[in-house]
Design a protein around this ligand. Structure first.
Ligand code: NAD
Length: 310
């Protein structure tokens, strides 16, 4: 299959490498010039679980310069970069191109559907993770899985072929009948851990060790659940809370600093407007008060301003 990665940062580059290794024609389209140049000059370096797996030649270019047409496009920008990326790659999307969106946060489908019909959009959620060790270097750990759902279901046999292709690459993809529920459960977890760890300046285990962490969890999760229900999504508080508790363990993700923390540490803008900020915005739409998410969103923006994030 011909697969474009529109955004080839930590996640895009890791998935792109996996899909190219299983025989697909993969192209990276990315606006970070140093990263694109490093991939073209030295190949993409892959480090998984601290093991250097070598450098791999995968074509990389800027989004506006990408040529051809693609069967599948993974959008893998940060949420605030998605709209611009869609505009930059519109010229390589044809009526059969599937767009896969595994970005964290809320509102991403609404951005993509401004440009293409919902039947071409597959929304998903993933427990894969990845990082970058500088331009041209993927530094990742562990393995994962993907849950995906076509936003307007069609019976095109291509859809099953596409999932097979992902699974031959080891991505562990399954079709979901209620991906929005899974998206909201992940949003609930991220609204708690990404935001609090950044504001408190701690890792996940340290947050869990705080004697009253459950009070902080409840403030946010209760708002996520109320707003999710108003949006017609069957969001379950128990599921979000048990996912949060499951990652406190230092032998699992406990020693990890969430991605929003890492973006702030690198003075990059964060995805807060698509997490707690989205809950606050949707809460207003439904007349639901969300004081915790309002306050957290302002505090993260204030911190972005203090560190000069861009
Ligand atoms: P990323 O920040 O690594 O990459 C996103 C874009 O930013 C890419 O275009 C990348 O080239 C660019 N970029 C990265 N570092 C840069 C730098 N120093 N200077 C200039 N540009 C830079 O993002 P990601 O981690 O791949 O995440 C993509 C989406 O997937 C997000 O919505 C994220 O929340 C979600 N996600 C991430 C993970 C993870 O473990 N990284 C896991 C699940 C979901």
């Amino acid at each position: 299959m011909k697969i474009l990665f529109a955004g080839a940062g930590a996640m895009g580059a890791r998935f792109g490498w996996m899909l190219s290794q299983s025989g697909n024609e993969v192209v990276f389209a990315d606006n970070w010039k140093e990263h694109v140049d490093a991939i073209n000059e030295q190949g993409l370096k892959i480090i998984v679980d601290k093991k250097d797996l070598g450098n791999y030649k995968i074509k990389a270019t800027s989004p506006k310069a990408v040529e051809g047409s693609f069967d599948v496009i993974f959008v893998f920008t940060k949420a605030m970069q998605l709209d611009q990326m869609m505009q930059d790659i519109l010229h390589v999307i044809h009526p059969k191109t599937r767009i896969i969106c595994l970005l964290n946060g809320l509102g991403n489908v609404e951005v993509i559907e401004k440009y293409i019909p919902k039947s071409q959009i597959f929304l998903g959620v993933t427990v894969w993770s990845s990082g970058l060790g500088g331009p041209g270097v993927v530094d990742a750990t562990g393995s994962g899985a993907i849950e995906l759902q076509q936003m307007d279901k069609t019976d095109d046999p291509f859809n099953a072929d596409m999932l097979d292709t992902f699974n031959r690459a080891g991505l562990g993809a399954v079709y979901s009948d209620d991906v929005l529920q899974s998206v909201w459960h992940k949003v609930g977890l991220n609204c708690v851990l990404n935001s609090y760890c950044t504001l408190i300046d701690c890792n996940i285990a340290q947050f869990g060790d705080y004697k009253d962490s459950e009070v902080l969890v409840d403030y946010v999760v209760d708002e996520v659940v109320a707003v999710g229900h108003a949006e017609g999504v069957n969001v379950l508080k128990d599921v979000i809370v048990s996912k949060i508790h499951a990652v406190y363990d230092p032998t699992k993700a406990g020693l990890h600093y969430p991605s929003l923390y890492q973006d702030m540490a690198k003075h990059r803008l964060t995805e807060i407007d698509y997490l707690n900020g989205a809950i606050a915005r949707l809460g207003k739409k439904h007349g639901i008060s969300t004081p915790a998410c309002d306050l957290i969103t302002h505090m993260i923006h204030a911190k972005e301003s203090v560190v000069g994030a861009k």
